[in-house]
Design a protein around this ligand. Structure first.
Ligand SMILES: [Zn+2]
Length: 172
């Protein structure tokens, strides 16, 4: 069963929930469906509601913003849209590269780690970017909480894309 993206009243993405829970929120008038599958409907005694893909809470919920997500391989790859940050390609064997290598004093912080395919990682080795004429397609930064949503989601439905920030958009 697929999942539903929950938006705050302000349309900012909040989290991911089950279809069942989303339907309950809509039936209780706590949320409204924003993106739906028109072919499928849920029926209760009095109402029929379309199968939700994205719902929006009627009342605004306050969320702490400065949550700094712990660095993990999973989180780095999600932040970097599952693409090598040097060649821009998707790869099933992405690694986490230290932009300034640890052996040269680079720290393990969000600003110094990037997803890299094995080929780019090998090419870069223990060098600084300018030494091997390589560059990053995007400056690494601490991820927004949207990455948390991506980590919880089993799959990211196409209908969610307009509501999520750059993290999941293709780098074109
Ligand atoms: Zn690469």
């Amino acid at each position: 069963m697929s999942q539903v993206l929950v938006l705050n009243a302000s349309y900012e993405p909040l989290n991911v929930t089950s279809v069942k829970r989303a339907v309950v929120l809509v039936l209780k008038d706590k949320a409204e469906p924003i993106e739906v599958l028109v072919q499928r409907k849920f029926r209760s005694e009095r109402r029929s509601i379309p199968y939700p893909l994205v719902i929006r809470l009627v009342k605004y919920v306050r969320v702490p913003r400065n949550v700094r997500l712990r660095i993990s391989k999973k989180a780095v790859l999600a932040r970097d849209s599952y693409r090598c940050q040097y060649c821009g390609r998707e790869n099933d064997y992405l690694t986490v590269d230290h932009v300034v290598p640890r052996s040269r004093g680079g720290e393990s912080d969000w600003e110094n780690v990037a997803a890299a395919c094995p080929a780019c990682n090998t090419r870069k080795g223990n060098h600084l970017l300018h030494e091997v004429s390589m560059s990053l397609i995007r400056k690494p930064m601490a991820p927004s909480y949207i990455v948390l949503i991506l980590l919880e989601a089993r799959t990211v439905h196409e209908s969610w894309h307009p509501y999520l920030s750059y993290e999941i958009r293709p780098v074109s």
